[in-house]
Design a protein around this ligand. Structure first.
Ligand code: FAD
Length: 518
């Protein structure tokens, strides 16, 4: 007879980076962290010697809901993490190489395209030419691009925490974020152990039986969460869960990162990430309050480390003199299963695609949310693991498609990195199918199972038409009869953006307001 499963009363999180502490705080908030007999004891063990990855400074708007859910207020977050606001991403030189005639950049804003109640959806009308000539979809459909271009922030001084007229996420210092989460999670009852795990013991069923640490002896729990980063000490080393490498689709596998000071204390801070395409990858450029975080992610098959460092220094200019970049090797791909027996991988141990579009922290948020809400209180782990694995696999696959979308539509032919990216063999079938449908009609909400997507349909639309995808719509005056309304809406968005500039403070002033709020 099958024995009854043992209820899950304790969780051991191994690793104290963003993944470990964010999961700890989320679980403590939703499961109680030992506050009463029904709650679950949560312990986090992290090594003193092995540092955190310390990059990961850009986020997606979901982070606001996550911070609110774990009980961190916006001013404290901005102050302690040196955070700034992020209204989207500016992609420079992705369509064509620098200097070529045509637009040199496009914008992926976080605000959705404007749509009045009962009003027409704007994209099909934009494709039919109802907006002003030469205005890209992002600039036509929301005022956010104009606001961000003018260096204004997404909210007013007196807007409530995590609210504002425009959608936004943040840029922040990754080390400071982990420190804030650590203090906060401990205040919610998470026990903290500083020790290095040296050996992971398996039980007779091949599940995790215990972890043996150097400084704190043997630690056991009913459920283990592997947040050991690229090391993947539990899910990879101990359990041998296969890793699906996707380097044949997403090529970048190295990064060089630098922290660069501002020239003067009042230099405007962009409220968007600047992602600039180069010969074998792209640079991220993120403005924090006191410094910029800049890095070059590149493909080791298409360039070498020396040339990559030259590209990075050229991008930064004289401000890089005397600074040394940190080099990181990236395992690009994900585990085929994220939850195996009594072990769940969260963060880099479960997978990493690449920094474009900040999927790393977004996936940690999803994982923390799913573990909390699917939590197997009665100890019957297998059904929960099945659902969890299906959801995470689907998310990863869709993110791979979305990230690849940025590369595979390029018109660049100046380097093998770009031509290889347009090779159909490197494009997942699921993405090729979508692109085929979007040849004759605009992408629509119905193309997406929204619960499985990290990025809303509008993000796909902004990138698709930012990359100048040629949709020849099979639509006509009968199927698109509201052209006058759409035209008025486009004009209204433009007028409103002038008003918004008068209403919204500059980005630097907004950040400084939060810092002074104390
Ligand atoms: P880590 O930060 O590596 O933490 C691992 C933890 O495990 C540490 O505390 C370490 O001490 C502990 N540990 C390891 N082994 C042991 C052991 N044996 N015993 C005890 N403890 C152990 N994501 C975004 O969302 N936006 C971005 O802009 C972004 N940019 C990125 C740029 C680059 C170049 C890279 C590489 C990643 C980027 N990411 C980004 C991803 C993001 O950095 C990670 O998802 C995030 O930091 C989570 O890391 P982690 O907590 O899984 O691992």
């Amino acid at each position: 007879m099958k024995s009854m499963p043992t209820p899950v009363k304790s969780v051991l999180i191994v690793g104290g980076g963003t993944a470990g502490w964010l999961t700890a705080a989320f679980l403590a908030r939703t499961l109680g962290a030992g506050a009463d007999d029904n709650s679950v004891r949560i312990t986090l063990v992290e090594s003193k010697e092995i540092g955190i990855i310390g990059v990961g400074e850009g986020t997606f708007p979901s982070i606001r809901g996550t911070l609110a859910a774990i009980g961190i207020d916006e001013a404290r977050f901005i102050r302690e993490c040196h955070a700034t606001f992020k209204q989207g991403i500016k992609f420079t030189d992705w369509v064509r190489p620098p200097g070529a005639p045509g637009n040199d950049h496009y914008f992926h804003p976080f605000s959705l395209p404007s749509q009045r109640p009962g009003g027409p959806e704007l994209l099909p009308y934009w494709l039919q030419g109802a907006a002003a000539p030469g205005v890209g979809f992002a600039a036509a459909a929301t005022m956010q691009k104009r606001v961000a271009d003018a260096a204004h922030g997404p909210k007013r001084y007196n807007d409530a925490d995590f609210m504002g007229p425009l959608n936004y996420a943040y840029h922040f210092d990754a080390g400071k974020f982990a420190a804030l989460l650590s203090t906060h999670a401990q205040s919610l009852g998470v026990r903290h152990v500083l020790a290095t795990v040296e050996r992971v013991e398996l039980d007779q069923q091949g599940a995790i039986g215990a972890v043996h640490t150097r400084e704190a002896g043997v630690l056991t729990a009913d459920l283990y969460i592997d947040c050991t980063g690229f090391r993947a000490a539990l899910i990879g080393d101990a359990l041998g869960t296969p890793f699906r490498n996707i380097n044949d689709t997403l090529f970048v596998d190295r990064a060089l990162a630098m922290q660069v000071p501002y020239e003067t204390a009042d230099t405007p801070i962009p409220s968007y990430t600047i992602a600039t395409a180069h010969e074998a990858g792209w640079t991220w450029d993120i403005g924090l309050h006191q410094r910029r975080g800049i890095g070059y992610v590149y493909s080791s098959r298409h360039t070498d480390d020396t040339r990559a460092e030259q590209v990075l220094r050229q991008y930064i200019g004289p401000a890089s003199d005397g600074l040394n970049p940190r080099q990181l090797k990236l395992n690009v791909g994900y585990r085929e299963q994220h939850w195996v027996k009594n072990c769940v991988a969260v963060g880099l141990s479960g997978g990493f695609l690449e920094p474009l579009e900040s999927s790393g922290i977004g996936l940690i948020e999803t994982a923390a949310y799913l573990v909390s809400y699917l939590f197997p209180h009665n100890g019957d782990l297998a059904p929960v693991a099945k659902v969890y694995n299906e959801m995470m696999k689907a998310r990863y696959e869709r993110i791979v498609d979305f990230v690849k979308l940025h590369y595979c539509l390029t018109q660049r032919k100046d380097n093998a990195f770009w031509t290889d990216n347009t090779d159909p063999a490197s494009i997942p079938e699921s993405l090729r199918d979508k692109l085929s449908m979007w040849r004759t009609r605009a992408p629509h909400r119905m193309d997406f199972v929204v619960d499985l997507e990290m990025y809303p349909p509008s993000s796909w639309q902004y990138v698709l038409y930012g990359m100048e995808y040629p949709t020849a719509q099979y639509a006509n005056a009968r199927t698109l009869p509201r052209v006058d309304e759409a035209r008025k809406e486009f004009q209204m968005i433009e007028q409103m953006s002038h008003r918004a500039l008068a209403d919204l403070p500059t980005h630097r002033a907004l950040v400084e307001h939060f810092l002074q709020r104390g």
